[in-house]
Write a protein that binds this ligand. Structure first.
Ligand code: SAM
Length: 218
C-alpha cells in the first residue's frame, strides 16, 4: 500500500538536491503538449542516472526506452565531452519529441536515436565498441531479452540499470499481470546469471512504489 508522505518527501528531495528540477521544465512541458504519458523517471532518479554514469566513468551508454529524452539528457550530463548514447525508441512520435529536447539541451551530437522495436535495433549494434552503461526502461515484457542483449553488448565492468522492477509490489504475486511476471523473470535471470553481480532497491515517491535493479557485468 502507498503510504502518505512519499510524494511530499520526494518533492522536498527534488527541491533540495535537484535544484530547479535540473532545468528540465521544457522537457516535461513537451511531454504534456504531445499528449505522451508521464512515465519518465523522477528527477531524483534522473540525477541518480547521471551520477551513476559519472561514478562509473562511462563514455558509451545504451538506453532502451527514450520517451521524450528526459533520462537520456540526464545520462548525457554524466558523460565526458566525447561520450555517446545510443537510445532505442519504438514510437517515431516519441523519438521526434526526444530529438527536439536532446538537441535543445545541447547533446544533439552525442545522442543517436534508433527508431523501431529495440529487439530489431539491438542486433545491429553488435560488433561495435562495447557499452559501459545500459539503462533498460521500455516494454517490461522484454526485460529479460534486453538483459541478454545488454550482456552481449557490454564488457566486464559495465553497469546495467533496469527501471520499474517492483511494479507496486505485484512482482511477488503477478497473477495475470504479464508485465509483473516478466519483471519477476528478469530479476530471477539477474540473480541466477553467472555474468552479473546484481541488487535492487525499492523506491517510493511521485511514481508510486517501484524500484530499480543495478548490476555489474562480471
Ligand atoms: N526512459 C524514459 C525516461 O525516463 O525519460 C522513459 C521511457 S518510457 C517508460 C518507455 C518508452 O519505451 C516509451 O517511449 C515507449 O514508446 C518505448 N517502447 C515501448 N516498447 C518498446 C520497444 N519494443 N522498443 C523500443 N522502445 C519501446
Amino acid at each position: 500500500q502507498r503510504r502518505p508522505g512519499w510524494a511530499e518527501v520526494e518533492e522536498y528531495l527534488s527541491a533540495t538536491l535537484v535544484q530547479g528540477g535540473g532545468g528540465m521544465d521544457a522537457v516535461i512541458s513537451s511531454i504534456d503538449r504531445a499528449g505522451m504519458p508521464r512515465i519518465e523517471v523522477a528527477p531524483t532518479a534522473g540525477k541518480l542516472l547521471m551520477l551513476l554514469a559519472r561514478i562509473q566513468g562511462a563514455r558509451r551508454v545504451l538506453e532502451i526506452g527514450t520517451l521524450a529524452g528526459f533520462s537520456t539528457i540526464w545520462l548525457a550530463r554524466g558523460l565526458p565531452g566525447d561520450g555517446h548514447i545510443t537510445t532505442c525508441e519504438f514510437l517515431p512520435e516519441h523519438a521526434a519529441v526526444a530529438r527536439g529536447n536532446i538537441d535543445a539541451a545541447g547533446f544533439g551530437a552525442m545522442v543517436d536515436i534508433r527508431i523501431g522495436p529495440a529487439l530489431d535495433t539491438l542486433p545491429t549494434l553488435a560488433g561495435g565498441e562495447p557499452y559501459d552503461f545500459v539503462f533498460i526502461d521500455a516494454d517490461k515484457g522484454n526485460d529479460t531479452n534486453y538483459l541478454q542483449w545488454a550482456l552481449k553488448l557490454t564488457r566486464p565492468g559495465s553497469v546495467i540499470v533496469m527501471d520499474n522492477v517492483i511494479w507496486e509490489g505485484t512482482i511477488l504475486d503477478p497473477g495475470d499481470d504479464l508485465d509483473a511476471a516478466a519483471i519477476r523473470a528478469a530479476l530471477d535471470f539477474m540473480g541466477a546469471s553467472d555474468s552479473l553481480d546484481a541488487t535492487a532497491i525499492q523506491t517510493a515517491g511521485s511514481k508510486g512504489w517501484d524500484g530499480f535493479a543495478i548490476a555489474v557485468v562480471k
